[in-house]
Ligand binder design. Structure first.
Ligand code: TRP
Length: 457
């Protein structure tokens, strides 16, 4: 073991890595973002394309990122520099560092709202909520308060900073292990309640019966962004995480586990959201407030619903925290490795910058009228950040990573890294074909279409 390996820490075990990587992947992307993006893009048809993209683009790119990270033991910028010094590739890593801050800035706003909802439920604010409209009114007035939104943003950035300051395995692993399984069980119980509500059938068919007439190329663009976002790909999170996996572990099976659990949770949360949404007569294309509106109206119809509700929002906040940790870890690892900052300095500075950039997002769900409608009536600053960093920046990153793995560093170099210590590279030939010919071409085509039509948001 080299000295850098000792300094940077290592995952305790293969399971530890899978849980932590799943902790990064599973978060608001699955439970907040997936249902509302699916709702805006035609429901089942979106879900179908999403799943295809997870397998055809997400998994191959994840394998690439993990192997780059394990080989180089570095942050994204350092990783490209080690493999090809003095080439332009380090800028791909640089884009990832910026994207990490960009995503974190709005992600922490929504994560803050989950904490806020936990507190509101405890305070009994939802005890008389029965209809979807009542629930929607509560969300609207909650996010219209600038002090609440900014304080919750601050709180969540602070929490993330505190955990990341503690270092890798100690901080992250401990959280993911215990709490993700509980979240899973609660979601199953909620899904059962949701599908048995009166009027749930329409929601189930919206979610599960594809309507091909709703298919457009824009759907592909949104599904690609969502797949990359949900799997934490395209900005080097998995490069950074890969740098902490042991050479003994099989990267391919690890990646497959992570992708499987992540997709399972997303699908499950759609199963919670859509039946209830239709039963309450709400609009599936309602946007970023969807989860916050739908969940409380389900709790109202469950015995002990408010205890349940408090539990789910608390766990959602924890799931968000294991993701924000991974987002902050990328810029932090960059400044520690490349600029020799102390971990403490890097974490504090990145935290301050994230908080400042997050403020306009925090004010854009009603608190400030200009920020709330910056792109159009129902599309504010947070939505814009979400599209720019959460869709396009990740798609561009994933494009370059697939070119890098497929052509520059090359498929044989990746294979060699994966086949360390006798590990088997399952579906090697298939992966080689996909990473060279499917991923870059599909992503290029989708991005060109969006640029061509100007249909960015
Ligand atoms: N995947 C996480 C979620 O679904 C969010 C996240 C964490 C992320 N790290 C990332 C998204 C890196 C994109 C890139 O909530």
């Amino acid at each position: 073991m080299s000295s850098t390996e000792i300094d940077r820490g290592n995952w305790g075990s293969k399971l530890g890595f899978i849980l932590a990587a799943a902790g990064s992947a599973i978060g608001l992307g699955n439970i907040w973002r997936f249902p509302y993006v699916a709702g805006q893009n035609g429901g089942a048809i979106f879900v179908l394309i999403y799943v295809i993209f997870v397998v055809m683009i997400g998994l191959p790119v994840m394998i690439s990122e993990l192997s780059i990270g394990r080989r180089t033991q570095k942050n994204p910028v350092g990783a490209f520099k080690v493999l090809f010094p003095k080439s332009f590739w380090k800028y791909v890593g640089g884009l990832g560092v910026i994207t990490g801050i960009g995503i974190l800035s709005f992600y922490a706003v929504i994560a803050g709202y989950t904490v806020g909802y936990f507190i509101k439920i405890i305070l009994g604010d939802f005890n008389h909520v029965l209809t979807g409209d009542q629930s929607a009114a509560i969300f609207t007035s909650f996010t219209a308060n600038p002090y609440v939104s900014i304080s919750l943003l601050f709180l969540f950035v602070l929490l993330t900073v505190m955990v990341v300051m503690g270092g890798v395995s100690a901080g992250i692993e401990r959280w993911s292990k215990i709490l993700m399984p509980i979240l899973f069980v609660l979601l199953i119980l909620l899904a059962i309640r949701s599908v048995t509500l009166k009027g749930a059938g329409a929601g189930l068919s919206f979610y599960l019966k594809p309507d091909f007439s709703k298919l457009s190329l824009t759907t592909f663009a949104r599904a690609l962004g969502q797949a990359l976002f949900s799997l934490s790909l395209g900005m080097g999170t998995m490069i950074t995480y890969g740098s902490y996996i042991s050479k003994k572990d099989n990267l391919v099976t690890s990646a497959a586990y992570v992708a499987f659990f992540d997709t399972l949770i997303a699908i499950l949360s759609g199963l919670v959201m859509f039946p209830a949404l239709f039963a309450m007569g709400l609009d599936p294309a309602g946007g970023a407030g969807l989860v916050f509106v739908v969940l409380p109206s389900i709790f109202a119809k469950m015995p002990g619903g408010m205890i349940f509700g408090a539990g789910i929002f608390l766990l959602l906040a924890v799931a968000a925290l294991t993701s924000t940790i991974s987002l902050l870890e990328v810029p932090v690892a960059y400044f520690v490795d490349e600029h020799k900052w102390t971990r403490k300095k890097a974490v504090i500075w990145m935290g301050v910058i994230t908080f400042i950039i997050g403020i306009p997002s925090a004010l854009s769900l009603g608190a400030n009228s200009v920020l709330s409608t910056i792109i159009r009536k129902d599309f504010g600053f947070l939505d814009m950040m979400n599209a720019v960093f959460g869709n396009y920046s990740l798609s561009i990153g994933a494009f370059f990573i697939s070119i890098f793995a497929g052509y520059k560093w090359g498929v044989h170099a990746v294979a060699k890294e994966i086949e360390q210590e006798g590990s088997i590279f399952y579906y090697k030939k298939l992966w080689m074909f996909i990473i060279r010919f499917i991923c870059p071409i599909a992503i290029f085509f989708i991005l060109s279409y969006i640029a061509w039509t100007g249909n960015y948001f």
